[in-house]
Ligand binder design. Structure first.
Ligand code: C2E
Ligand code: MG
Ligand code: MG
Length: 582
């Protein structure tokens, strides 16, 4: 016999309750219980596990029914259908806030009662089904977001977690050691391994074949390392190896030597002999950094030192002196005069809302018209300006100029237009930074909310605590803060929790060919979800074609910036663009 649908009735009038029960039974339902008190209802419903609750809004003359529904919603999911003789619109509105599954006004027709109950049950089933589906998807995404699909290794999003596990072992050992001895009897070595000839291989033999090589390489890695270490795929051809604590640096260097020897023989892939070259950089916790981002950054820096020394060797991080070549010296002295000689210009690149294709603002990007060198990228002259202490004055000039221009643009085109300005990490140490920015905006009658200050993730890698303090201060003054180039550091989602960012800008490296690159798809999808959970807006950088944009649209990315919509433009051309757009 088919099991009957079980209904629980909460109704304070005895006669009404009886007649309702009678109707329900005639309609083929089983009334498993009824009560006239809100207090008893919860206990009985929990005990009897009905499929649906029919609940009178007024119990004992009060609106206890709504309160009871609220309580029930908190405790367990169950469809609730309200009953009422009359209710004013205020009460109805309050009732609606408890998301009921139906609503019946007395006197009702029996067939309406049946229809309301059956619709409520269907709706409930559908919501249940969607919820389970979502949980399954979320779990799969959680897994995928922490693992690389080609090699099945953990990916960079799992770095912090894995490193923390090793730190735990480290501090257990420190605690057990003799306090009279060295403070740190142990070190944690971090190895950064980059496979140097893989790009060449990919170009010549294709991605599929290269993925097979990668798998073979990873298998060999695994046979070399001890099982307590964690191997992480960072980027296409870059890996991090987090080792358990070692007693001396020498242990790590011996391992590096062993690694080189084991990696020397060729790999046999589809009948071909392939030699894989690599370079390895090493840093040590706690000598070279406090967190995994900083340690990896240093280990990678050590590799840059290796560049001229060739392949298949390693280098331990050491603070390096900058090599001053003659061009750098010349540029340095030229840069000192660039401002006064009016060689610096500001270009604007629009940021566009993906859903509506509306320009929401623009990023100010510096250009240097050097009289002899044709084009010098800001990626070269900005770090130079930082090194020689010019960035503060350049930025100050830029702030005044852009605020002035935006005051006009906002009046002319849209009062919501946002101005995005890049900050250097050096400026976060400038005590008067807030005052300088405030001066620039008040001078031009802009509110702090008109300005979005961008700070690159890479900058935070090295300077978290101080940077965080300054950013919090700027935030409290009403400026919006964006984390720029997310993905060029180590994509630590930790930053997002620590500082109250408004916008996350996903770096071009994830966006490039995202429609074809599974790894980047997974990471980007996860980043967007995480950012949205933390109530950040997400902007994608460097969008160059429609398929890239289509992927971002499908995955709810909020804004984009890139050549597809517009290159960075000189102010006059940007103004023309705004004229056409608004
Ligand atoms: P950013 O802040 O991430 O700026 C975005 C960069 O991506 C710009 O490079 C822009 O021209 C480029 N870009 C935009 N769309 C596309 C695209 O579709 N494809 C490609 N391939 N590239 C695209 P740019 O102008 O060379 O600037 C490089 C970096 O220099 C900036 O990166 C920013 O970090 C720094 N920078 C520029 N102006 C300033 C400034 O005033 N202050 C500071 N501190 N840094 C600045
Ligand atoms: Mg930027
Ligand atoms: Mg950027």
């Amino acid at each position: 016999m088919e099991e009957k649908i079980k209904i629980f009735v909460v109704e304070d009038e005895i006669i009404a309750a009886e007649s309702l029960t009678c109707d329900l039974q005639q309609l083929g339902y089983e009334v498993v219980g009824k009560t006239n008190s809100a207090e008893k209802a919860i206990e009985k419903i929990q005990q009897l596990q009905p499929d649906l609750v029919l609940l009178h809004i007024k119990i004992g003359g009060n609106e206890d029914g709504i309160e009871l529904a609220r309580e029930l919603n908190k405790i367990f999911p169950i469809p609730i259908v309200y009953l009422t003789a009359y209710a004013d619109s205020d009460t109805l509105q309050r009732a609606m806030k408890t998301s009921p599954y139906g609503y019946i006004v007395k006197p009702y027709k029996k067939q309406d009662l049946a229809a309301t109950i059956s619709i409520a049950l269907q709706k409930y089933q559908e919501i249940r089904r969607l919820k389970t589906q979502l949980t399954v998807q979320q779990e799969r995404l959680n897994f995928l977001s922490k693992y690389d699909e080609v090699t099945q290794l953990p990916n960079q999003l799992s770095l912090v977690e894995n490193f923390n596990a090793i730190l735990e072992v480290f501090y257990q050992q420190v605690d057990q050691s003799n306090p009279d001895e060295d403070i740190f009897p142990q070190l944690i070595p971090i190895f950064y391994i980059t496979l140097t000839n893989l790009p060449l291989l990919r170009n010549n033999l294709g991605t599929e074949f290269t993925n097979l090589v990668l798998k073979a390489v990873v298998n060999r890695f695994k046979s070399i390392i001890i099982k307590e270490s964690v191997l992480v795929r960072l980027d296409d051809d870059d890996f991090a190896l987090l080792s358990p604590p070692v007693a001396t640096k020498q242990v790590a260097l011996d391992f590096a030597e062993h690694f080189i020897k084991e990696m020397a023989p060729p790999f046999l892939v589809n009948g071909r002999e392939i030699y894989v070259d690599f370079q390895m950089g090493i840093s040590f916790y706690p000598l070279h950094g406090e967190n995994i981002d900083e340690l990896l950054y240093k280990a990678k820096e050590a590799i840059q030192d290796l560049a001229e020394r060739g392949q298949n060797c390693y280098q331990v991080y050491s603070p390096v002196f900058h090599k001053y070549d003659s061009l750098r010296l010349k540029l340095e002295s030229d840069l000192h005069h660039a401002l006064e000689k009016k060689q610096l210009e500001i270009h604007y690149q629009p940021l566009v809302e993906i859903g509506t294709n509306k320009i929401i603002g623009a990023e100010a990007l510096l250009r240097w018209n050097h009289p002899q060198e044709k084009y010098i990228s800001p990626d070269i002259f900005i770090p130079l300006a930082e090194d020689i202490g010019l960035i503060e004055s350049i930025n100050n000039w830029l702030l005044h100029k852009t605020c002035q221009q935006f005051q006009v643009f906002r009046k002319q085109f849209s009062p919501q237009l946002l101005l995005f300005v890049n900050l250097s990490v050096r400026q976060l140490y400038d005590d008067s930074l807030e005052n300088k920015i405030l001066k620039a905006i008040t001078h031009n009658y802009l509110s702090p909310a008109a300005l979005v200050l961008e700070i690159s993730e890479r900058a935070l890698v090295k300077h978290t605590p101080q940077a965080a303090k300054k950013l919090k201060k700027l935030k409290s003054l009403g400026f919006q803060i964006a984390i720029d180039d997310f993905g060029t550091g180590y994509s630590s989602l930790g930053y997002l929790g620590n500082i109250d960012f408004d916008i996350l800008k996903i770096d071009q490296c994830f966006v490039r060919n995202i429609d074809k690159n599974q790894r980047n798809q997974t990471i980007t999808r996860y980043l967007i979800q995480m950012a949205h959970q933390l109530r950040l807006k997400v902007a994608a950088e460097g969008v160059e074609n429609e398929p890239e944009l289509a992927f971002l649209y499908k995955n709810n990315c909020d804004y984009y910036q890139g050549y597809l919509f517009s290159r960075p433009l000189p102010p006059e051309e940007f103004e023309e663009l705004l004229t056409m757009h608004f």
